[in-house]
Design a protein around this ligand. Structure first.
Ligand code: H2U
Ligand code: ZN
Length: 342
């Protein structure tokens, strides 16, 4: 049984990270005379001759993209991570105050489709499925030589996306990044105590509950109990699946349908190209025991009240803890009650 909405001011704990969020539902009614951001204009052209990512066009470094007809993946021309730097080793002698370690990694860019004007929310389901397959194949490939493979997308200029051509990124690294280290630790601790995967338990408890946005036989979309961003969602498998590449054909088709449902609902919510950062977390590649882990996607959209008014994670959030202005249950209900055109 899903836990109902608590009354009044309270804090909620995120069992994946151990962090807390302060929930002050009544604050969303406060007057707003601050920044009103300008939303992105929808891209209507299928092809833009000036786009670095369109098929057949020249990228910044001079390389020419092939005339691709499905997802297209290439090595990032400006990678944040590369082969191990010089001979910097983890050096505890550095000092306990100023320690450091060498990092090694590989960065790729994934163009979702040749169509410059169609992001995930506008792609047909078969094309979203092709993106799912690409994420899975790339993760498995990079996972052979990296401990962590981070698949993600920054959508919209509000989230720092550098180009409107629908695309995401993959950063693989030899180290386990901080956010994931926390999720790994908490999922393992939960499994050791309860003998069940934490996110399997969450999916079971939340199915058909007040925080559900959408479900099919394989997937569940919820505004998590511990959401910090106003319309944050978590995409969870309803059956055991530690990584994207473990998903069978049916689960991948069902995921394409789920992403179609979620991203279309997002666009409808404020009648705009809904911005977000999203990404996938699955079992780290050095992990022997995969049972604690469930693959899942986090969607972190910045918008609060309209296409132009965003939530700022500033003063209290930076200095004390996350705080949200509407409850997870309200956000879920608003997303759930939208109808999605076929
Ligand atoms: P973002 O929009 O999330 O920044 O992702 C775009 C990435 O694409 C960015 O990391 C890369 C940028 O380095 N890129 C290339 O590798 N080549 C190009 O010609 C343009 C952008
Ligand atoms: Zn383009």
């Amino acid at each position: 049984m899903s836990v109902p909405e608590p009354d009044g001011l309270h804090r909620r704990r995120n069992p994946l990270t151990g962090r807390w969020v302060l929930v002050c539902a009544q604050r969303n009614a406060r007057p707003w005379q601050g920044e009103v951001s300008v939303g992105d204009a929808p891209q209507s052209a299928k092809y833009d001759p000036h786009c670095y990512l369109c098929p057949g066009n020249r990228r910044v470094n001079g390389e020419v993209n092939p005339v691709y007809d499905g997802p297209y993946v290439f090595d990032n021309d400006f990678p944040a991570l590369g082969p191990a730097g010089a001979d910097v080793e983890h050096d505890p002698r550095g000092s306990t105050l100023f320690s450091f370690e060498a990092v090694q990694g590989h960065c790729r860019v994934v163009c979702y489709s040749p169509d410059h004007g169609r992001g995930l929310s506008r792609l047909p389901k078969a094309d979203i499925r092709a993106v799912v397959d690409t994420w899975a194949t790339e993760s498995a490939g990079l996972g052979q030589s990296h401990r962590w493979v981070q698949v993600f997308e920054n959508k919209g200029s509000m989230m720092g996306c550098s180009n409107p051509h629908p695309h995401g990124q993959i950063w693989a690294s030899g180290h386990l990044p901080d956010e994931v280290r926390l999720e790994d630790q908490h999922q393992r601790e939960y499994f050791a105590t309860h003998g069940e995967s934490l996110l399997c338990a969450v999916a079971r408890e939340e199915f058909a509950g007040p925080r559900q946005v959408w479900a099919n036989s394989h997937w569940l979309v919820i505004v998590p109990w511990w959401a910090t961003w106003p319309f944050e969602t978590l995409v969870l498998p309803r059956h055991s699946a530690p990584r994207l590449e473990a998903l069978d054909e049916d689960a991948r088709d069902a995921l394409a349908e789920t992403l179609h449902q979620l991203t279309r609902r997002y666009d409808q919510l404020f009648s705009c190209e809904f911005p977000y950062s999203m990404g996938w977390h699955g079992a780290p590649y050095t992990q022997q025991d995969l049972r604690p882990w469930q693959v899942h996607a986090h969607f972190y959209p910045p918008l609060l009240r309209s296409a132009t008014v965003r939530k700022f994670m500033v003063g209290y959030e930076m200095l004390a803890e996350a705080q949200r202005d509407l409850t997870a249950e309200d956000a879920a209900r608003r997303l759930r009650e939208l109808t999605v055109p076929i």
